[in-house]
Design a protein around this ligand. Structure first.
Ligand code: UDP
Length: 318
């Protein structure tokens, strides 16, 4: 039975990954300091192959027994979170990745780094292929996340080249689904509760900026395929279905049947104007592409938020 450590295992993506790995027969250890993760995301998991360790991976990590895989997903991941915790974000991307790589080397485990489309910054090439080097301002408030992940990619490749660690790097584009925190400030978990409560929808800037939203089950499928591949260079995983933020808002308003108004707020510093993954590499090498449409993924996500916010079904604005 493969034995797998997931750092950030109590987070949005980490918890979905833990469940998918358990379904595949792994023994799974989730590690999380609960800075932005929550035990609520994993407390429903009933398996004697699952355990949770509350620990900050920026410190020396000790895990008893063998490990076959380490998936390093620990990090604040929303712009609001990494602006609130800039130093923790830099530390988990740098020191945390170093510790997790050291553990992978010691255990001879396959190591997978959760990287991000933010390594492309405010991109000057569109859509973004893995060969694009990016356009990042290291000293902007957003730079703490971007540079931490760029460093994380660099040290992952160095451990592969110098120490022969069997590494993978996934560049994750915007992903959404159940278990996002309503207060995390990202677009989907901000807009859905606003629409359900009939509150104004807070669009930053004029809403013409674009993102490409991937449903969480598609993302997890792509990550597991990458894990099983022998690809050491970065691979984009995301949904190329690019929408403006106003289009996203209208899709949410239509599905919820909400009559919330749209209000405009200042655009955050260095908010990327466009973003769309070029997934040619994943299509060819992993035979992967997303299957869940934005509308279908939003419906499931909206149902989950309804329950989370204590609302009953359709048309239930309190
Ligand atoms: N956004 C917005 N209102 C919100 C939250 C986000 O208009 O309440 C915008 C944000 O400025 C960005 C896009 O939605 O242009 C996606 O933001 P998110 O924080 O979800 O992800 P990221 O910027 O990291 O892609």
């Amino acid at each position: 039975m493969p034995r797998t450590l997931v750092t950030g295992g109590a987070g949005f993506l980490g918890s979905h990954l833990c469940e998918a790995l358990l379904r595949r027969g792994h023994e799974v250890i989730a590690m999380d300091n609960l800075l932005t993760g929550s035990v609520d995301n994993i407390s429903h998991i009933r398996s004697d192959r699952f355990s949770f360790i509350r620990y900050d991976v920026t410190n020396y990590v000790y895990v008893d027994g063998p490990l076959d895989y380490i998936l390093h997903f620990a990090s604040p991941a929303s712009p609001r979170d990494y602006l609130e915790f800039p130093i923790q974000t830099l530390k988990v991307g740098s020191l945390g990745t170093h510790k997790a790589l050291g553990l992978a080397r010691e255990k001879k485990a396959v190591f997978l780094l959760a990287s991000t489309s933010e390594v492309y910054g405010d991109p000057l090439v569109h859509p973004q292929p893995e060969t694009y080097w990016g356009n990042v301002d290291p000293v902007s408030p957003r730079g703490v996340y971007d540079e931490a992940k760029r460093f994380a990619e660099a040290i992952t490749m160095a451990y592969h080249r110098s120490h022969g660690v069997d590494t993978r790097i996934v560049r994750i584009f915007n992903t959404y689904g159940p278990r996002m925190r309503p207060e995390d400030g990202r677009a989907v978990p901000a807009f859905v509760p606003q629409a359900l409560r009939g509150e104004p929808i807070t669009v930053f800037g004029d809403g013409s900026q674009t993102r490409s939203f991937c449903y969480v089950t598609d993302l997890v499928d792509g990550i597991l395929r990458l894990l099983e591949s022998g690809i050491h260079t970065p691979v984009n995983i995301g949904n190329p279905d690019e929408r403006t933020i106003l289009e996203l808002v209208h899709a949410i308003l239509e599905i919820t049947g909400s009559d919330s108004a749209v209000v405009h707020r200042p655009l955050p510093v260095n908010d990327p104007k466009v973003r769309q993954p070029d997934i040619t590499l994943a299509r060819i090498r992993l035979e992967w592409e997303p299957k869940v449409s934005l509308e279908d993924g939003l419906k499931t996500t909206i149902d989950w938020f309804r329950r989370k916010l204590g609302m009953s079904d359709a048309g239930s604005r309190a």
